[in-house]
Write a protein that binds this ligand. Structure first.
Ligand SMILES: *Cc1c(COP(=O)(O)O)cnc(C)c1O
Length: 365
């Protein structure tokens, strides 16, 4: 019998384009400088590493399912209610809980032109339709988001500060979006880079306190230097958290993840040092690029978006960097073909990347 029904994936699944991560290798080269994934060049807190190693003595034990220790550490550090925190395998998993719980077939999920490439993947995985709205000069346009809202809209994803744009919205702009959205539309404030922005950023928590339809997400992958371990978290009012906890697997975080994240959260001195170094070299690299005639918006993150005169120049520069063992991120897939996203590394990496770009620009004339 050849007419057996074939196994058919759920609607939307086959529309997903696979996520493309930042490259990590250059053929035939060691001592590569990887500036393609916004990783912390200084790595995690030593205390987090020690906690992870200690946790290996517990590898035969199932982890806590309630994440109480980690949630307390987060709550105490940020003065939040621990009962309103949910933890996931990266903030990606928290974004997935939200999409799975609040969007489905026939629903629309709004994201912005240069938004994070996980959002359309998550929307489609839930069977929902991604709706992409334009940005204005690489900044999120609040009015464009509001104009795109329909009766079918269930979620709005906002990255603030943005990736790969590095730009940030004003508090008033974010407030106006939260106030204007229908209360049955979930606003996700993806704060993967908030720790790199100016003074201590609390706007996302304030929004989650004020609006029952706001979810703030944070991650241990960027300033905490724990991208390899996969830990993130979300903050919202109890009803949202209670819904999302139903789809969370009871053992979604391992004993090692929980121990390292808790220790990392309690070592805010390390976070401060990383922030200071990042912001110092960010300013340096921005002005080095500007001196070379390369456009660069003021960054509020741990990367800069270098804007070349055209796509050919951007790709030529990327190739020149690669030949020198430096990996940055092409962002044509984010609608920015004439740009390269460059993570702020340590001092030698920043000097090296500026040097090679300078040489490329000089040779190109
Ligand atoms: C890096 C990043 C995340 C965090 O991903 P994790 O799953 O926590 O590693 C989320 N959103 C954006 C925009 C990011 O750049």
């Amino acid at each position: 019998m050849s007419d057996q029904p074939s196994i058919t994936p759920q609607p939307g699944i086959m529309d997903i384009s696979l996520y493309v991560g930042g490259a990590a290798h250059v053929e035939g080269r060691d001592n590569v400088v990887k500036l393609s994934s916004n990783e912390n060049p200084y790595g995690p807190s030593d205390k987090a590493k020690e906690a992870a190693i200690r946790a290996t003595h517990q590898l035969h034990r199932y982890p806590n399912t309630d994440h109480a220790g980690l949630r307390s550490a987060i709550a105490e550090t940020h003065t939040l209610d621990a009962d309103r925190i949910i933890c996931g395998a990266g903030s990606d998993e928290v974004l997935q809980f939200a999409t799975q719980c609040f969007a489905g077939p026939g629903d629309e999920v709004i994201m912005t032109e240069h938004g994070f490439s996980m959002y359309p993947i998550l929307a489609r995985a839930a069977g929902a339709k991604p709706v992409v709205v334009p940005e204005t000069d690489r900044r999120v346009n609040i009015q464009a988001i509001l104009d795109a809202v329909t009766a079918d809209t269930r979620i709005v994803f906002l990255t603030n500060p943005g990736n790969p744009t590095s730009t940030m919205l004003s508090e008033a702009e974010v407030q106006s979006l939260a106030s204007a959205l229908r209360p049955d539309v979930l606003l996700v404030h993806d704060g993967a880079y908030t720790e790199f922005a100016g003074e201590e950023f609390r706007l996302d928590f304030q929004l989650a306190d004020a609006f029952p339809n706001v979810l703030a997400t944070r991650t241990f992958s960027k300033i905490y230097g724990l991208g390899g371990l996969r830990i993130g978290w979300g903050y919202a009012q109890r009803p949202l958290i209670d819904v999302m906890n139903r789809v969370r697997q009871p053992f979604n975080l391992s004993v090692v993840q929980l121990a390292a994240a808790e220790a990392a959260m309690r070592d805010q001195d390390h976070v401060k040092r990383c922030k200071n170094e990042n912001n110092r070299w960010r300013i340096w690299l921005q002005s080095a690029l500007n001196d070379l005639g390369i456009g660069c918006d003021e960054s509020h993150t741990n990367f800069v978006l270098a804007r070349f005169r055209d796509e050919e120049t951007a790709n030529g520069c990327d190739n020149a960097l690669k030949q020198d063992g430096i990996i940055v991120r092409r962002v044509a897939g984010y609608g920015l073909p004439n740009c390269l996203r460059i993570t702020i590394g340590d001092e030698p990496s920043c000097r090296r990347v500026a040097h090679v770009i300078g040489r490329f620009m000089a040779e190109r004339g």
